[in-house]
Design a protein around this ligand. Sequence first.
Ligand code: SF4
Length: 91
Amino acid sequence: LSPEELLGLDRFNVDEGHPHILVDRARCALCAARPCVTVCPARCYRLKDGQVAFDCAGCLECGTCRVVCKDQGVTSWTYPRASFGITFRCS
Ligand code: SF4
């Protein structure tokens, strides 16, 4: 299976109203490098009208965005609450 097909096997239970990642949009807008857009394997970060737009639905909980963000504090990162988030499945 391709990586996309494997990801399609996963299941998500999005915790509506309680995102496990919060992005300080004002501080994020000051970043020119925007590594989150490049590194997120789930494409949760996208450029929209020149700004970073974020949606945690589909997040793989890999933590990469937390690591690459140079301005610590822009991203507030926790795991989803119990029973929410991703359930990985293998073929
Ligand atoms: Fe993307 Fe991983 Fe960050 Fe989730 S934890 S938003 S999958 S980089």
